[in-house]
Design a protein around this ligand. Sequence first.
Ligand SMILES: Cc1ncc(C[n+]2csc(CCOP(=O)(O)OP(=O)(O)O)c2C)c(N)n1
Length: 612
Amino acid sequence: LDILNGIKCSNDVKKLDPGELNILCDELRETIIKDVSQTGGHLASSLGVVELTVALHRVYDTATDRLVFDVGHQCYAHKMITGRLDNFSTLRKLGGISGFPKPTESADDACIAGHASTSVSNALGIARARTLQGKDYDVVVLIGDGAMGGGLAYEGLSDCGQSGEPIVVILNDNGMSIASNVGGISKLISKQRVKPSYMSFKKAYRKALNRLPLLYKFIHVIKEAIKDLFLPDNMFEDLGFYYIGPVDGHDVNSLAAVLDYAKGLAVPVLLHVTTVKGKGYAPSEAAPDRYHGVGVFDTAKGMEEQHKKSFSSVFGDRLTSLARKDSTITAITAAMESGTGLEDFEKAFPERFFDVGIAEGHAVSLAAGMATQGMKPVFAVYSSFLQRSYDMLIHDVGLANLPIVLAVDRAGIVGADGETHNGCFDIAFLSTVPNMTIYSPSNYAELETMLELAIAEENPSAVRYPRGEQGLFTQNTAGAKAAVLREGADLTIVSYGITINDALLSAQTLEKEGISCEVIKLNELSKPDMSAISKSVSKTCAIIVCEECCEAGCLGVRIASHLSENGVAPRGIMLLNLGSGVVCHGDTKALRQKYGIDSAAICDSARRIKGQ
Ligand SMILES: Cc1ncc(C[n+]2csc(CCOP(=O)(O)OP(=O)(O)O)c2C)c(N)n1
């Protein structure tokens, strides 16, 4: 790594000879493949933008200019170039570097990123601030064609195009979201790809006009007519951007030249770049969807096929079997078909499966529309991405009391993806949606039963379950709103979902120390069974509520207020939860320990309450 080792910042890239840029790209690619195979992470997207990233650092200085990533999962080469190469083996580990851009980690990361389609808005905000403050730096955006399918991106583009702000929006077009890109916008983007002739036409036209300036105005009028006649519409030009492209995204020197040109235009520019997702590693080029996010793997063999049973796969299987008996069931995903376990559903019922692209708000309103016509839509979505649908949940679903089902996957701590992806807020915000029932299965059997119950509901409902596999508790208690799993006299422990495993483990440990625990598991969270809890606490006079949820809106706070309102005054009360809900990246087990919601934390709290 002769060249890469000497690169600590953008300015080091500017010192290289053009020939050395290609070597730097090779070294970056080699390092990304080697390191990510040992840590896991987002491989294919980062491999696709190596040349683009080097070209960006050749033209901009990311310490002062603002480079805004969309989603941010493609930022690995950027991190390596900006002083984080030596730490790269700590990627996504507790205390290590984040898998996404993070301003607190480096001044070269302009904005937090992790959720799609926010980049243009963020960048325009920065550009407008720059203008108002009379400052002088450049603003550039890197957004993929998948993220460009999200409606929020168009709110940003619409404002940005007419703003006049000097800003370069790079569209990284690889035809892929996580899987193949879907939807009309994606078709529009690919239509722009067939137009290299437009660029040569534009160049020749400008040259000719420079020689015949008097004809400029006249020809300008007929230019638009010629464009209309011979060229497909360019939506970016219609939005007010100066459109350049499509440009080969793997020719680093040409990219640097075109970026330099785009920057110099000092207007809103849309630079359309075509890349190959997974570029430079044969297995990821062949299957970029499988290599979008990877675990640890052997680079010589490639990733092994994995069909591990998980909450997601159990959900997908159960929904498919329910749909065989009920033709009103439909499945909706927002670009997360494989992650949410819906691949078999699509194969079995393609006409009842809808991938709407990265459009969670639309997915909820779409489900609402279907429900008005007597269908039973099930929207499978990761907890943290559902945050984007909050208004549609209240406005289109809750107020109308429509029976849609939310299958809320990745609820609670997800681990390595970190603070943008942890599902810490869903209970809090779903509890505010009028008429919503929230089911919280702790194991596969409960997920199956609760999904069935949710589909039978006549009001909106959510079934929330964690990432990964079930724990030791496998009993199906789904029929009850709450279940007393263990009786005891000294302390009530309340929990739900996957955390019940820690609650039961701590009860066993505490029993040996002479503290007898009653363990209550909540199965429904919007109107939890308070009477079961009051009854238990009246007996034990001490309660611990342990949950993977931010503090505001958590069950513990609601239980404490219920007890107090009803004159049940425990001598000890401890609420173990995720506080602000900002949970960093790392191994899930280590995070539960760090944030104090594992069995050890429950035992410590119990000892404190009991004064032992
Ligand atoms: C709001 C939101 N929904 C879903 C996701 C999950 N997600 C991460 S990357 C991705 C695909 C992005 O595709 P694209 O922007 O084209 O980038 P590429 O990976 O192809 O480089 C999706 C759906 C997300 N990050 N944010």
